[in-house]
Design a protein around this ligand. Structure first.
Ligand code: FDA
Length: 406
């Protein structure tokens, strides 16, 4: 670790030692910048550690602006093409870190997310990055132009720097260090922010639904899920999971990022089988109860609970009226319900909204306030489930680090 000539003076101070902060620090340090990286938590990168079930879904083979939400959907384009998934994969290969594709291009570490954290820490060490943890920043002041444009009051005294990078992430999972620091700093310097909300989060329902959901808790099945009308309609084909009080699973997490309070979601619970002809066939050939027939196409618990919802569906298939069969099929292909809300930041994987991209350069991540940069989740760029949020952290960090060293 190299010690700067004046121990309280750096080229750049990066606040937040998560995915984006660590990656940016390593690159900037290796390109000759004197970097101080600080975090108010004692441990680095807690979110990498718990991500992907402990194996970190660190990128996706197929990444483009369509996989992100933002008030400016094109903002992320430049950074994503400047530093691609292939470039991040090359780093893992260089260090012989095993990884595998799990589902639709999602890449996970073979062994543990710790391998990824160790890689990022090695990059920082190679760049002579100075790390202070735990260390909170109480205040950031912009001084007159010059080599030290910023003065930061920290738990370990005052430091000066030419540039400050905010990499403090979003609001999800406060118990492992999430804070609104980044948004506060943006507002302090007159930058706009897009309202924040929990995203990639389970949806909740009112008490009337709980009775219906309770016996289904744990049932999981592939669905098509959609929300929004006309041009604003968004849909995903993924697995849905029933919980005691609501809905979760990849399908619901994905759609939650697009769902607007008070609006319905619609779910096709049998996207691969057209149920009406299947039920009509059964009517012609079977005396079994409709619930049992349906159990050939859906998880048995769901089939039983669903047919219990109407007396006309509790009969043998051959005795059920065509109209009742059609209504049953329609109810399963277009199940509409209005969530009451989400599980909130306690359970959300990410925060949608953030520092408004209109006040940031898509080339460098520098804000309208010269020398002040924002990278990672704190920016109003939110990825789908599937490794996209980490890729945004790597790509935005890389653009910023290049600019710092230029
Ligand atoms: P990140 O949150 O990683 O880091 C922010 C850092 O800033 C933290 O270390 C924090 O302590 C620090 N900080 C905050 N406030 C501060 C302050 N006031 N002063 C000093 N330091 C401060 N994504 C993905 O692509 N694949 C996946 O598998 C998963 N899985 C996943 C699981 C779970 C449970 C969660 C909660 C999230 C994910 N994600 C994910 C999302 C992903 O973890 C997230 O988008 C990135 O970690 C964002 O990287 P950042 O560096 O921007 O923030």
């Amino acid at each position: 670790m190299s010690i700067p000539a004046n121990p309280s003076s750096f080229d750049v101070v990066i606040i937040g030692a998560g995915a984006a902060g660590l990656f940016c620090a390593g690159i900037a340090g290796q390109r000759g910048q004197r970097v101080l990286l600080l975090d108010h938590s004692a441990k680095v990168a807690e979110k990498i550690r718990i991500s992907g079930g402990g194996r970190a879904n660190f990128t996706n083979l197929d990444v483009g602006p369509r996989n992100f939400l933002s008030d400016n959907p094109n903002f992320c384009r430049g950074a994503l093409s400047r530093f691609t998934p292939r470039q991040f994969i090359a780093l893992l290969q260089r260090d012989s870190i095993g990884f595998h594709e799990k589902h639709r291009g999602q890449l996970f570490c073979d062994r543990s997310a710790e391998d990824l954290i160790d890689l990022l820490l090695r990059e920082c060490a190679a760049g002579g990055v100075v790390r202070w943890q735990p260390c909170a920043v109480r205040e950031i002041r912009a001084s007159a132009d010059g080599p030290a444009r910023y003065a930061l009051a920290t738990d370990r005294g005052e430091v000066q720097a030419r540039s400050v990078v905010i990499a403090t992430g979003g609001l999800s999972i406060p118990k492992i260090g999430a804070s609104d620091f980044g948004y506060r700093i943006a507002r302090q310097f007159g930058l706009r922010t897009v309202e924040q909300r929990p995203a990639l989060v389970p949806l909740t329902f009112d008490e009337r639904h709980w009775e219906a959901f309770a016996p289904l808790a744990g049932v999981s099945l592939p669905v098509d899920i959609a929300t929004g009308e006309k041009k604003a309609r968004t849909s995903f084909s993924e697995d849905l999971l029933f919980t005691h009080r609501g809905l979760s699973g990849p399908a619901v997490l994905q759609i939650s990022s697009y769902w607007k309070t008070g609006t319905p979601i619609s779910v096709d619970l049998s996207p691969q089988t057209a149920l009406q002809p299947a039920l009509q066939d059964a009517k012609a050939t079977s005396r079994r109860l409709l619930g049992n027939v349906l159990g050939e196409h859906l998880p048995a618990r769901l089939a039983t609970a669903w047919t219990a919802g109407d007396a006309a569906w509790q009969r043998p298939a051959n005795e059920t009226a065509d109209k009742a069969l059609a209504a049953l099929a329609a109810s399963l292909h277009d199940w509409r319900s209005v969530p009451t809300g989400t599980e909130g930041y306690r359970k959300a994987e990410v925060t949608a909204g953030g520092v408004d991209t209109r006040d940031l350069s898509s080339q460098t991540m520098e804000s309208r306030q010269a020398g002040l940069y924002f990278i990672g989740e704190v920016v109003d760029v939110t990825g789908w489930l599937g490794g996209y949020n980490f890729q945004w952290a790597w790509s935005s960090a890389y653009s910023c680090a290049q600019a710092l060293a230029a």
